[in-house]
Write a protein that binds this ligand. Structure first.
Ligand code: BV8
Length: 225
């Protein structure tokens, strides 16, 4: 059976109405994402960083999975453990589209982490009012997301899957952020074929055996069928 690793980025959720990072001007309230999504920003201006994530968490209630998410869930039903979806996205649209084998390498909007006891808890509301940690009661909850300069989650599991992969498919990512942007080279070195499905050629498009350009909501169902 073909073992497939799919990497997704903000482009897979764009047609659900979740803004991407770098398409428009990559700014939020005038801040560059790279300047807000950092431990330093959280240390110096926690209210601004909380507002950034609270707004995105609240917006999740108003968006739905699109045909690209649902096509990947259908592929998982056919391939089961031979498919792994690794997402850079922190939304829950893969899961709401029916995928169950999803690795959130940059964390999840609907989770919080306690910097005091390191508990990770599901969290659907705001964090800006600094609620107490449900485990240790300290008011030390942060968004459970991976900021620039922080170690992405589950890299061992991801690189193991890339080593075993026969096919690596990158969907809706600009290839601007590492280590995710290096996965195509890792997969190719392990003998996998590589395919890019993206609106525009990504920064790493020349590393792919094949690239198809267009909207994920049409490219992905077409590829899966
Ligand atoms: C790490 C957080 C060490 C949550 C994000 C100096 C100091 C420290 C580190 C570095 C440094 N210099 C470089 C680095 C590495 C750094 C990095 O890569 N920086 C970049 C800016 C150069 N990386 C890190 O810091 C990472 N950690 O390196 O630790 C290490 C190294 C190796 C091994 C182990 C440890 C941590 C990176 C994680 C940062 N957190 N998010 C949040 O707020 O969301 S990154 C952020 O960018 C999001 O997660 C996002 O997913 C990610 C990538 O963006 P994309 O998903 O690609 O989105 P983008 O808007 O860019 O592109 C959208 C694409 O979709 C476009 O191509 C567009 O054409 C396409 N598209 C649009 N619409 C559609 C579409 N495609 C199809 N259909 C459509 N309809």
């Amino acid at each position: 059976m073909t073992r497939i690793v799919v990497l997704t980025g903000a482009g897979v959720s764009a047609e659900s109405g979740v803004p991407t990072f770098r398409d428009a001007d990559g700014l939020w309230e005038g801040h560059r994402v790279e300047d807000v999504a950092t431990p330093e920003a959280f240390a110096h201006q926690p209210a601004v960083v909380h507002r950034f994530y609270d707004a995105r968490r609240a917006a999740l209630a108003g968006v739905d999975p699109n045909p690209a998410h649902r096509a990947l869930a259908r592929l998982e039903q056919a391939l089961r453990d031979d498919l792994l979806v690794v997402t850079q996205n922190i939304d829950d649209l893969h899961e709401r589209g029916g995928s169950t084998r999803v690795v959130h390498m940059h964390g999840r909007l609907r989770a919080a982490r306690c910097v005091s006891c390191d508990a990770r808890v599901e969290w659907h509301g705001d964090l800006g009012h600094e609620p107490p940690c449900p485990v240790c009661r300290a008011s030390a909850l942060r968004p459970d997301v991976v900021w620039f300069g922080e170690m992405p989650y589950d890299l061992d599991l991801i690189f193991e899957a890339l080593d075993d992969a026969d096919l690596f498919v990158s969907i809706g990512t600009s290839g601007a952020v590492y280590p995710a942007a290096g996965f195509v080279r890792h997969a190719a070195a392990g003998g996998a074929r590589t395919l890019e499905l993206n609106l525009d050629p990504s920064a790493g498009t020349h590393h792919f055996d094949e690239a198809r350009h267009g909207a994920a909501s049409s490219l992905v169902p077409e590829w899966v069928s």
